[in-house]
Design a protein around this ligand. Structure first.
Ligand code: NAP
Length: 297
């Protein structure tokens, strides 16, 4: 097992022999880089996307064996339909899709948009798909989890006032807590499936730019061009977490300064993200909010 390597790249991926991998948000950014590398390694890649046209365009560019299926993580009906139509095995589920620092908004079910999409959407999707999953679940978190807090009395910022950066941090902290509690439940259930997390560092993607002021978008793209990693490199932590023999609940990120760039390695997380009690409580609250229970119960 290589826990870290300054040289690990997509060329080191194992052969997938047609095994199925589902990547949420595979039409763009890190998800596109992940899906492309997996398809090249022989996986059958399912692009789980909210916009079928964008998905089809990405699928053409990705090539290999792939298919596009509609999934809107901000809509519990869409998640239920996606899972209900599923037949057969999923080797790996990559919970990659996300929104970041968006203006205040609500999912179709009335949850704060970032927490609702990034955490609750993937929580419901994973548990609904769990009976089909054979190898592992990889959740995309972020260094921004460190600015997040979980306030169970005000999960949607209704009392304290919406703050986009804190809301993003909360959703990414929730992704790590979900990884932890899912892993605990999988072990308790005697499952062979593992739960892991990854973050891409600073990636040049569309994150946080959709439907935003065009000057802001210009600045983000310019900064990205000079300082960020291209999506194919930013996808390496996800690919490493998805394929290497790592312990459950491992968290993979880039090995460079401040984890912004580099090659995949195991990285640390905040004390809050390691808090087992918070992880268990968040799980219970997420079950209540989504109406979806542990998929192997
Ligand atoms: N970029 C970074 O520097 C960075 C740093 C740390 C962590 N991350 C994490 O990396 C992951 C990928 O982000 P990215 O940087 O690649 O951003 P991106 O280029 O904006 O890709 C995000 C993807 O998520 C999809 N998505 C958004 N809302 C969705 C919904 N309701 N249902 C289904 N799909 C939805 C988007 O679909 P549309 O194309 O239809 O909008 C897009 O395909 C995220 O989880 C993010 O938090 C990114």
């Amino acid at each position: 097992m290589r826990m870290s390597s300054s040289h690990w790249t997509a060329a080191d991926l194992p052969e997938f022999d047609g095994r199925t991998v589902v990547v949420t948000g595979a039409n763009s950014g890190v998800g596109f880089g992940t899906a492309t590398a997996l398809a090249r390694a022989g996986a059958h890649v399912v692009l789980a996307v909210r916009d079928i046209d964008r998905g089809n365009d990405a699928a053409r560019r990705i090539g290999g064996s792939n298919e596009v299926r509609r999934l809107d993580l901000a809509d519990s009906d869409s998640i239920r339909e996606f899972a209900a139509e599923w037949e057969g095995e999923i080797s790996i589920l990559v919970n990659n899709a996300g929104v970041a620092m968006v203006p205040e908004g609500r999912t179709k079910d009335g949850f704060e948009m970032q927490f609702g999409t990034n955490h609750l959407g993937h929580f419901a999707l994973t548990n609904r798909l769990l009976p089909h999953i054979t190898d592992r679940v990889v959740n995309l978190a972020s260094g921004a989890h460190r600015v997040g807090t979980i306030d169970f009395d005000d999960l949607d910022f209704a009392e304290s006032g919406y703050r986009p950066v804190q809301a993003y941090g909360r959703s990414k902290l929730a992704n790590l807590l979900f990884t932890l509690e899912l892993e605990r439940r999988l072990r308790r259930a005697g499952s062979a499936v593992r739960s892991l997390a990854a973050h891409p560092g600073y990636a040049a993607t569309e994150l946080g730019t959709r439907d935003r002021n065009k000057y802001l978008v210009g600045i983000v793209h310019l900064a990205g061009r000079y300082f960020a990693q291209p999506p194919e490199k930013a996808a390496l932590p996800t690919l490493f977490a998805a394929t290497q023999d790592l312990p459950g609940a491992s968290y993979v990120g880039p090995d460079g300064r401040n984890e912004l760039h580099g090659y995949p390695t195991l990285v640390g997380r905040s004390a809050q993200a390691s808090n087992v009690q918070t992880a268990q409580r968040l799980w219970d609250v997420s079950e209540d909010l989504t109406g979806v229970r542990f998929g192997l119960a």
